[in-house]
Each structure stands twice: as C-alpha cells, then as structure tokens.
Design a protein around this ligand. Structure first.
Ligand SMILES: Cc1ncc(COP(=O)(O)O)c(C=O)c1O
Length: 384
C-alpha cells in the first residue's frame, strides 16, 4: 500500500511537453527550445577549477550536515553585504539544491491541517511539497494587470487561524515578477507578529533587469525572526547539475531542521560545496550573463508583441516570458502541443503553474534561436 500523500502528488506538468521535445530532437528535428528551466551557459571554468582542486586533494568525504564552515562563512558574508541580513554560519544550512532547502523548510514548519498561502501563478513544486507535509494549499490568485503581484487586501483576506506560512518567490518563476521594498513592507505589515512564517525563495535574485535592485524579505526591520530565505547556485552561477542551495533562518529553527538533513541526505556534495565557494569569489561573469539575458528578453518581448493573439508580459527578472494566449481560443496545453507539433517550438503550458490561458517561454537560449522561434510562432498564430 502506497502512502496516499505520495500517490496524490502530480507529476510535473511540463513532462509531457519536454518528453515530446526530446523525442522530436532525437529524430533530428530542429526544435526551438523555449522550455528550458536552466541557463544555457556552461558552468564557468573558475568554478569547475574549484571542484577539480577538491577532487584532486581528496575532498571527497562526508562534510558536516549543514555544510563546510568556509562556505557558510562566505555565504554569511554575501548575505550581510549583498542582502543586508545579519547572519552567521549558524543561520545557514547548505543543501542538495535550493529545492531541498524548500523541502526542509516546508517539512520543518508544517503539520497536517496547516494552511499555506501560495500566490499564483506559482512554481510547480511548491504545492506538491506542501501536500507531502500534509498541509493545505490556499491559492492566492494574482493578475496580469497587477504584474502578478499579491495585493495587501487579498493577502489579509486569505489569512485564517490555520495559516502557518506565506510563500514568496521573486523574481518569480514563471512570471518574472518582482517586488519593490515598499510592496514587501506592505506584506510584512500584514504578517508581522502573527504566528506565520514567510518562505522567501530568492533563487533568481541576481537575474534582474532595467537596473533594479533586489530586496531580501528578511532584511525588512524585524522580519528575520519570521522569515526563511532560500537561495542557491543553479540559476545565478549556471550550476543546476551541481545541486547546491542554501536555507537561511533563525538559529533555533536551523538547528532543529538540521536533523532532517542528518537523517536524509547527510550533507550536500563535498565537491559541489568547493565549487560553490569558488563561485562566490567572482561576480564579473555573472554580470555578463545577466546583460546577455536582458538583451534576449528584449528581443523575445519585442518579437512577441508583434504576434497577433499573444500578449507577453515583460518580465522584470528571471529568464521566463509569461504570455497570455487566451485570444487564440486554445487551452495552454493545446497551444503548446500544437505549436511543437506544427512549428517545432517548445514552450511550457501554465496550467501546472495555476494559470490556465498562459504559457511560459524561456529565453535561456541563443538570440538566433529566439529569432527563429518568434518567426515560427508568428506563422503558427496566423494560421489558427
Ligand atoms: C522558483 C524556483 N525555486 C527553486 C528552484 C530549485 O532550484 P535548484 O536547482 O537549486 O534545486 C527552481 C528551479 O527551477 C525554481 O524555479
């Protein structure tokens, strides 16, 4: 007999489209891939060098479960300097990807019956993790007109005596939305002093455009006591396969949830931890990557605004363009599968993100591919 919490989980809605994309590619078809959830850049050499040195020096054993001290010290320095948090190594657990930080936070905090306010559109894994913990998802819808950001009054109305957690993800996957300091302060005013934690997933913090700056939720006055911050190296350092993320929070919470890591993964990969340490030392490469993403965003946005029946929402961050396709009369899934079958352009239906009528297009691909994709989408839509 299977655990019903497991059998009730949804497979990732992106899987059908990505499986079809792979099949077409294998058949030698020239597929334009707007489905990717990771930077197309290779991990830079200076980061690989950190890993090579770790391997050559035999740094290949278990590490402390919360991560090696020099990495946690460097992370604390980064969090203090770049995010205005007052933290030390005792506030940090290094984990197997940011995903596992989210899991540890959610599992550490929630009990059956607890409610979690989840702004929609949302990244697909949050509801499934919440269900695994036996808690209940309270979807808080946002609109294109409000740039997919939650409104204070809607948040107030969603809170009940069972609310234990509010999840924020900014810049957001899948919309690229982000929050200003004032907007975050308005949210903080509502949850401040209540028995509610904020889980702030800031994994796309470095991928911001138009000269914006990122404000960490935990840096707002007094918010650190009620905030768990998640971040990692997958997106900002093109390290998705290295599986390195981190969870930051109050020391007593971190010390309790360390037991989850102790008895599950034991620790993050020792070699990846040394690679992450190297990644923190050089930010020039990251700045160049972000500039390139901004050029690509502008190219894709410009092209899609010329397409009939598609309304792209210009993202402020991350590398996804969220597009309203309701005027085509197709469901999100039908739009994506027909576009892939007819024109060999792969993108992700947003029904799995809690936003039917939208699709997500990733611009983590070359400018040539983006141009080719735009031309094909224009043709597809004109023939509908
Ligand atoms: C919003 C968000 N959070 C967390 C993650 C997980 O990152 P990681 O690869 O570090 O597990 C992703 C990956 O797609 C993401 O989009």
């Amino acid at each position: 007999m299977m655990n019903p919490r497991v059998t009730s989980l949804n497979r990732s809605s992106t899987l059908k489209i990505t499986a079809l994309t792979k099949k077409l590619k294998k058949e030698g078809k020239d597929v334009v891939n707007f489905a990717a959830g990771e930077p197309d850049f290779d991990t830079p050499d200076f980061i690989k060098q950190g890993a090579k040195e770790a391997i050559d020096s035999g740094f290949t054993k278990y590490t402390p479960s919360t991560g090696i001290l020099d990495l946690k010290q460097s992370l604390a320095e980064k969090l203090n300097n770049e995010n205005s948090l007052s933290v030390g190594p005792g506030n940090i657990i290094v984990t197997t990807g940011a995903k596992y930080s989210l899991f540890v936070a959610i599992f550490g905090l929630l009990s059956p019956g607890d409610e979690v306010i989840l702004p929609a559109p949302f990244w697909v894994s949050y509801p499934e993790m919440i269900k695994l913990a036996g808690a209940t998802v309270k979807k808080l819808s946002t609109t294109k007109e409000n740039d997919f950001k939650i409104l204070p009054d809607d948040l107030k109305a969603a809170i009940t005596s069972k609310t234990k957690l509010l999840i924020l993800n900014y810049p957001a996957n899948p919309t690229g939305a982000t929050y200003s300091r004032e907007e975050l302060e308005a949210i903080w005013e509502i949850v401040k002093g209540k028995d509610i934690f904020v889980l702030s997933d800031e994994i796309y913090e470095k991928l911001l455009y138009d000269g914006q700056t990122h404000v960490s939720f935990a840096s707002l006055a007094g918010a650190d006591k009620q905030t768990l911050t998640v971040n990692g190296f997958s997106k900002s350092s093109a390290m998705t396969g290295w599986r390195l993320g981190y969870l930051v929070g109050p020391q007593d919470f971190i010390s309790e949830v360390t037991k989850i890591v102790d008895h599950t993964t034991s620790c993050a990969c020792s070699v990846s931890q040394k690679a992450a340490l190297a990644a923190l030392k050089d930010k020039k490469w990251q700045t160049d990557m972000v500039k390139e993403f901004e050029l690509r965003r502008n190219l894709l946005f410009g092209g899609l605004t010329e397409c009939d029946k598609i309304t792209p929402v210009k993202p402020k961050g991350a590398f996804y363009m969220f597009c309203d396709i309701t005027e085509t009369g197709l469901s999100s899934f039908d739009f994506c599968s027909q576009l892939l079958n007819k024109e060999l352009v792969s993108c992700i239906p947003a029904d799995g993100f809690g936003a039917e009528g939208f699709v997500r297009m990733s611009f983590a691909t070359s400018t040539e591919s983006i141009q080719k994709g735009i031309d094909r989408i224009k043709k597809f839509v004109s023939e509908l």
